[in-house]
Design a protein around this ligand. Structure first.
Ligand SMILES: *Cc1c(COP(=O)(O)O)cnc(C)c1O
Length: 424
């Protein structure tokens, strides 16, 4: 028996017993053209703006106006060490130690910087393994690294595909690839939560498998950070990267997070691209020294960072610290299960949820495949005030985000979807 019931009253009851429901008020919810709040299910693409964000940015604008260059040292939050203010909260969100995390650059840039250090091809072992439907930017980045090192990008790329007629990845298929070709593979780089299906992979299991065959293992956690408990340190992964504008609500194009496992923190032999921000903080401004590497993830920084963007991240991380990742994950599981329940209650053979039904193998996203659908379905949903995401050929991706989505949102979304599907 399901813990859920149909009907609006039940949704309202769930909202009343939701300990995190007051967080919705801390966000700006976009308005539909009729003036009502949209049902915003696109936090996996661009998270909403916390209402406190402008104050955090204004603080830095004010210090800049009043102090000029002195803000680097005498600002309320001195800019020289501003990134350090983000490390603890960010590390907590992704399950890492502060020394393992830094916020810098953007996601694809950081993927390249990580590959400079961790993709170390040899004549015998130079291939890269990614998942078959990897996010395009990751695939392009990895292919360009193969070419950069003089390899053929088709021959050098090994794909972990789902089986014919299936959407989800199976670990036994990864294992059989590694059994056959493990000694040719230099690096495994996988999306921790798949952007298309929403499948949350077992990072520890993949890492252990990869390491057993001598491969470096890294993850793109763009769809995982702030969505699921990643436990990056425990996973043993060599590196990970993610962006802060999806579930981390830090604004369009905002900076990326990087994880480098503690076991690499003091390794000076690991090749890297460097700049003055990778150099020892104590002597950085003497400007004459031999390069002296900062230990930990910070040692991968190149430049002094954009403080205004970091201020938005700081605001968002403070909201996360307030809500607590465990509370968020627990509400997320309930919210998504309720969404799944209502979709199943439609008893419509034309829709199929391709996201795993096991709550530990997904985050908040449900990807709904609609038979014979085209993009007009997505337009109709938008017209009805539901902001979702369309992926060709026939999938609507919806992410009920525990910080600002309500059970009522989910109820209304499914009612509107039902009306549109019944129209045909
Ligand atoms: C969102 C996303 C990106 C985007 O990369 P940017 O460098 O931030 O533009 C890359 N990879 C994955 C898996 C993503 O989900």
């Amino acid at each position: 028996m399901s813990e859920f019931k149909t009907g609006l009253n039940f949704a309202l009851k769930l909202d009343r017993s939701d300990k995190l429901s007051h967080f919705r008020n801390q966000f700006h919810i976009p308005k539909h053209k009729d003036g009502t709040e949209c049902i915003y299910l696109c936090g996996n693409s661009l998270g909403l703006q916390p209402k406190i964000t402008p104050a955090y940015i204004n603080q830095e604008l004010k210090d800049w106006a009043e102090l000029g260059v002195e803000g680097h040292v005498h600002g309320k939050n001195p800019w020289l060490s501003y990134h350090e203010l983000l490390a603890d909260n960010m590390a907590t969100i992704v399950g890492a130690k502060p020394i393992e995390v830094v916020v810098m650059n953007t996601l694809t840039t950081n993927l390249h910087l990580m590959m400079v250090s961790f993709y170390k091809p040899t004549t015998k072992r130079y291939k890269i393994l990614i998942e078959g439907d990897a996010f395009p930017s990751d695939k392009y980045a990895v292919e360009s690294q193969l070419r950069h090192h003089g390899y053929d990008d088709k021959e050098g790329l090994i794909l972990w595909n789902s089986r014919e007629g299936e959407e989800l990845l199976r670990y036994e298929d990864l294992e059989s690839i590694l059994k056959k070709k493990g000694d040719e593979i230099a690096m495994i780089m996988i999306g921790g939560v798949n952007y298309y299906t929403g499948q949350f992979l077992d990072l520890k299991r993949i890492t252990e498998l990869g390491h057993k065959y001598g491969c470096i293992v890294g993850f793109d956690c763009a769809h995982g950070a702030g969505n699921v408990n990643l436990d990056l340190h425990q996973s043993g992964a060599d590196f990970a990267i993610w962006c802060s504008y999806k579930y981390l609500n830090s604004g369009p194009g905002s900076l990326s997070g990087v994880f480098v496992h503690e076991k690499h923190a003091y390794n000076k032999n690991l090749n890297r691209f460097t700049g003055w921000w990778s150099h020892n903080k104590e002597t950085r401004f003497k400007m004459r020294d031999e390069f002296d590497m900062l230990p930990g993830a910070e040692g991968w920084q190149l430049s002094n960072p954009p403080i205004l963007s970091m201020a938005a991240i700081k605001a968002s991380l403070d909201v996360f610290a307030d809500a607590g990742m465990d509370n968020l994950v627990s509400k997320s599981k309930q919210l998504t299960a309720y969404f799944e329940f209502l979709l199943n209650e439609l008893h419509n053979d034309n829709i199929k949820i391709i996201t795993p039904s096991n709550e530990n193998e997904r985050g908040c996203q449900l990807s709904i495949q609609v038979k014979n659908a085209n993009k007009s379905l997505h337009h109709k949903l938008t017209e009805a005030g539901v902001i979702s995401d369309w992926r060709e050929p026939d999938v609507i991706r919806c992410a009920p985000v525990p910080l600002y989505n309500s059970f009522e949102d989910i109820y209304n979304m499914v009612e509107r979807l039902k009306l549109i599907l019944d129209e045909k």
